[in-house]
Write a protein that binds this ligand. Sequence first.
Ligand SMILES: [Fe+2]
Length: 221
Amino acid sequence: MPKKPEIPYLTPRAITDALRMQVRKELPEVAQIGDTALQRKVVDAWAFALAHSSFRSIRDIPPAGNPDYNQVKRGDQTDHLRGVTRLAVGIAKEMGTAYPELAIDMDVIVAGGLVHDVGKAWEFDPVNRKRWKALQKQTGRPSIRHPAFGAHICLTVGLPEEVAHIAMAHSGEGELLVRSLECMIVHQADYTFWNTLLAGGQLKPDTVPPATRKYVIDRPF
Ligand SMILES: [Fe+2]
C-alpha cells in the first residue's frame, strides 16, 4: 500500500471569553440582533471557527469569495461580513416597508449575514489547503467547501436551522434546494457585494474567474 504523506491537521485552541469579546469587536453588528441568546450563538460560531483554524482573527482571513477567487484590493473578511449584513438589512427594511406581509425576520437576517461565511476559516486555512493539495485523491480539494462547513459550525454551536440554512445555501449550494426568504435576501446581498466591487474595478484582476473576467476594467484587449 502506498505510504500517505504526513500532512498535519490543525490542533484546536481553547474557546475563551477573550476570543468571544474579540469577535464582538470585529463584528459590531452582532448588537443589532434583538435576541441576546442568538447574539451569543453568533459570537460562539465565529469563536469556534477561529479556534479550529490557524487564524487568530476574522481580520486575518483575506477579503475574498473563495481562497483563489474574487479578492478585493484592500480590506479583510470583516469588511465582507459586515457589508453583506448591512446590505441584507437594507434590502429587508426596504422590501419589508413596501410589503409588510413578507414578515421578514430581522434577527435571522443579521445573524445569517454575520455567519454566512463562518466556514471560510476552514476553507481558507493554509494548513487545510496544504493537506488538500497533497491528498486531493483522498480528501478532495477542498474536502468541504465553506457553506457546508459553516452549516456544521452553526449547528454545532446551537444556532437555529434558519441560520444554518443561510450558511449552507447562500452560495452555489443553494441552487440544489429552495432558499428561505431570509436566505434569498442574504444571497442577493452577498452577490451584490462581489458584483459591485467587480464592476467598479476593486477586485484583483488575476483573481477574477473566467466566467466574469469580461468585467475586469484593466484587462488587456
Ligand atoms: Fe459571502
